[in-house]
Design a protein around this ligand. Structure first.
Ligand code: VGL
Ligand code: ZN
Length: 210
């Protein structure tokens, strides 16, 4: 069994959103098309409380892009985004919803961020995605979405660690590139960890290794 994982296709990560990923909207049509090639489709949703510790606004005097020390971890600060029950946190309006089997919310604990769709950044709490995929006897996962250098990257790395044969649908992802090579480096790190990089075309034409 294979599953498609749609990472954080939410208004705030699209052009005009609070944490807009450049050309993030370009992946929505691909996400829709690719859903047709999968029996099982899941989505992740960044879902922060307003007082979340990853928001620069919650650290007086700090700006997005700065790093603060939280208890044991360092936290990169972001603009306020994907606040629970706001328009920005909603899945993209152009995203087909009828074939999404389940949506997994992440980043709900105030004190810790969660780039991965499986665990928070301290690997303390699971979202349920790993168990869900295991119950469905999934062996292969295909990851796409936003942002390549954060949530897609961490989701794919955790998927490998959990033992799934993990594929990155490279052209169906877009990244932030706070530093110019962040996306490139993230893809290298994923490859090194065992992630198989594929193009959406391979999946849509039935060719390739899915
Ligand atoms: C993300 C930064 C903060 C992402 C989420 O979806 O990649 N990035 N929260
Ligand atoms: Zn977030």
């Amino acid at each position: 069994m294979k599953a498609l994982i749609l990472v954080d296709l939410q208004n705030d990560f699209l052009p005009g959103g609070a944490l807009a990923v450049p050309n993030g909207d370009a992946v929505i049509p691909l996400a829709n098309q690719l859903q047709g090639a999968f029996k099982l489709v899941v989505a992740t949703q960044d879902w922060h409380p307003a007082n979340h510790s990853s928001f620069a606004a919650n650290h007086p005097g700090r700006k997005p892009g700065e790093v603060v020390q939280l208890k044991k971890r360092s936290q990169l600060l972001w603009p306020t985004h994907c606040v629970q029950n706001t328009h920005g946190a909603e899945l993209a309006p152009g995203l087909m919803r009828n074939r999404i089997n389940k949506v997994f919310k992440k980043g709900i604990d105030t004190d810790i961020d969660s780039y991965s769709g499986f665990f928070d950044n301290g690997h303390q709490r699971a979202t349920g995605l790993g168990e869900f995929l295991r119950e469905k006897k999934v062996k292969d996962v295909y990851v796409l979405g936003l942002a390549t250098d954060y949530c897609v990257n961490f989701t794919a790395l955790d998927a490998v660690e959990l033992g799934f044969r993990t594929h990155l649908v490279e052209d169906a992802c877009r990244g932030v590139n706070l530093k110019p090579d962040d996306v490139k480096n993230a893809i290298e790190a994923m490859k090194k960890a065992g992630v198989i990089v594929v193009k959406s075309e391979q999946l849509l034409t039935g060719k390739g290794n899915h």
